[in-house]
Design a protein around this ligand. Structure first.
Ligand code: SF4
Ligand code: SF4
Length: 176
């Protein structure tokens, strides 16, 4: 066998695989690619995409500014400024006056979601995250809450209401 033939044989093998897939798809095999963006990819239920800040049943941000997510974050991309909760919020001492996540530094590990004691922060199935500048990829509280509004129907919160372990739940659900 000449050197040219030895070099060509692996290439011929690859071409044969490609041809087999082309013929398979042409004759009814399920395609493994999709016509994005006309056709939307549906990620697996445990996909970790863009964050959202959840709201409680009264429409308030669920976060109690405990800082556990920011402490757990290995990428140090969560910045929270806590403030004393308004007097009309007797179920908590603090709330996040400012809550910012740098989505470009995030490695989408899910540690923040794991750390949160009140299911206030979650990673959603949103994956088509784009921005025209670095600033646009730094999500503030308003944007994170708007992701909740966008995704809440197709991705309900795991428990649907404030966690039963919170001593404050009774107060939270009680009429003021
Ligand atoms: S997913 Fe991981 S890296 Fe991203 S904000 Fe949460 S803890 Fe930090
Ligand atoms: S999102 Fe959860 S873990 Fe992070 S500060 Fe708010 S309550 Fe704490």
């Amino acid at each position: 066998m000449t050197l040219a033939m030895k070099l060509f044989l692996p290439l011929a093998g690859g071409l044969a695989v490609t041809a087999r897939h082309m013929i398979g798809v042409a004759f009814g095999d399920k395609a493994v690619t999709i016509e994005y963006p006309e056709e939307k990819h549906v990620p697996s239920p445990n996909y970790r995409g863009v964050h959202r800040l959840n709201k409680d049943e009264q429409g308030r941000v669920k976060c109690v500014a405990c800082m556990l997510c920011a402490t757990a974050c290995p990428a140090h991309c969560i910045d929270i400024v806590g403030a004393t909760a308004p007097p009309t919020w007797p179920d908590r001492e603090k709330y996040p006056e400012s809550f910012v996540i740098d989505e470009l530094r995030c490695i989408y590990c899910g540690m923040c979601e794991e750390a949160c004691p009140v299911e206030a922060i979650e990673l959603t199935g949103l994956y088509d995250l784009t921005g025209l500048s670095r600033e646009q990829m730094i999500f503030d509280k308003t944007k994170l809450l708007s992701v909740y509004d966008t995704t809440k129907d197709r991705e309900p919160m795991p428990y649907g209401k404030p966690p039963a372990t919170a001593a404050s739940e009774t107060k939270l659900l009680a009429p003021e």
